[in-house]
Design a protein around this ligand. Sequence first.
Ligand SMILES: CC(C)(COP(=O)(O)OP(=O)(O)OC[C@H]1O[C@@H](n2cnc3c(N)ncnc32)[C@H](O)[C@@H]1OP(=O)(O)O)[C@@H](O)C(=O)NCCC(=O)NCCS
Length: 150
Amino acid sequence: MVSAPSVPKLRRASTNDAAALALLRNQLKDHFFSPIDATPEKTLELLQESQTYVAEANDIVIGSCAIYNRQDIIAEFGRLMVDAQYQGHGYGKALLEHAMGQAQQDGILCLRLTAKIRNTAAYRLYRWAGFKAKSVDLCLGTVEMDYWFA
Ligand SMILES: CC(C)(COP(=O)(O)OP(=O)(O)OC[C@H]1O[C@@H](n2cnc3c(N)ncnc32)[C@H](O)[C@@H]1OP(=O)(O)O)[C@@H](O)C(=O)NCCC(=O)NCCS
């Protein structure tokens, strides 16, 4: 683990972040559903159809999350990831809180997500933020959660 600044720098992702985000996604791929490696080109497409936020430490991108597939007042939250070397410093919390605040400002009333049941770190983080488990699929090993803004 490396030392990290106490106040994370958060910003909206730009197209220039595609390569760094693809690398990060591939480092953490076991936690996600698709086994296919990310490429900068595919990541660029995802950036263009989502609102993606990144966290920086020491001027490098070390984490991200995204809001996408908006349908009226409901949208999906996902692609949350923090570089393994920087985990445990509050970046995950900061990214999630930031994205939730932006979603609320944008008029979204509900965020939905799907996580792997065995992903304890993510599940605890989502519970901490107020997400509630709605359903569990034991065959797929997934839990669906949602958060309604009051
Ligand atoms: C989930 C993830 C984003 C958390 O990022 P992080 O920066 O380490 O998280 P934080 O330091 O902000 O910790 C926030 C909370 O998450 C939970 N958490 C984080 N790491 C944990 C761990 N190893 N075990 C259990 N809970 C953990 C805790 O509730 C923690 O709060 P606490 O420190 O007050 O107990 C990070 O572990 C990650 O990138 N994992 C791989 C990708 C992934 O699983 N993404 C989610 C897909 S659904």
